[in-house]
Design a protein. Structure first.
Length: 128
């Protein structure tokens, strides 16, 4: 089973964290959040002024360079999420869930699910 928090980043601030680091991460559905972001979000949720300010679009006041600097972080978070989906499919395959059922769950054919997620030697999708 390969679903771990090692080598992950916070999906909100892109700080690397997880086991073996000083940055704790809590995750769900492929997203990870660090302790600092949890604390900041908690404080914001309990402060009406901060909550109102958080509804503004921060990129409106950002320079082009600042917006560009965030793009690799967004891509890293998206790649992390895709990797988590692959790990989750690996988990399902280890549990002998068929490619047909995985495809049905995703609203695609068995073949499409296999083409997107199969990567283990011997998991050719021919039998399940
Ligand atoms: Zn964070």
């Amino acid at each position: 089973m390969s679903v771990t928090r090692e080598g992950r980043i916070c999906s909100f601030c892109a700080t690397p964290g997880g086991p073996g680091t000083d940055v704790p991460l809590i995750g769900g559905l492929g997203a990870q959040v660090c302790g600092t972001c949890v604390d900041d979000f908690h404080a914001t949720l309990h402060d009406d002024e901060a909550m109102a300010a958080s509804r503004a679009f921060p990129w409106d006041s950002m320079s082009d360079a600042e917006v560009l600097a965030v793009l690799p972080q967004i891509m890293a978070s998206a790649e992390q999420n895709q990797a988590f989906a692959r790990e989750w499919v690996d988990l399902l395959r280890e549990r002998k869930v068929s490619w047909a059922e995985i495809g049905r769950t995703l609203g695609v054919s068995r073949q499409a699910a296999w083409e997107r997620f199969a990567r283990k030697t011997g998991d050719n999708g021919a039998t399940a």
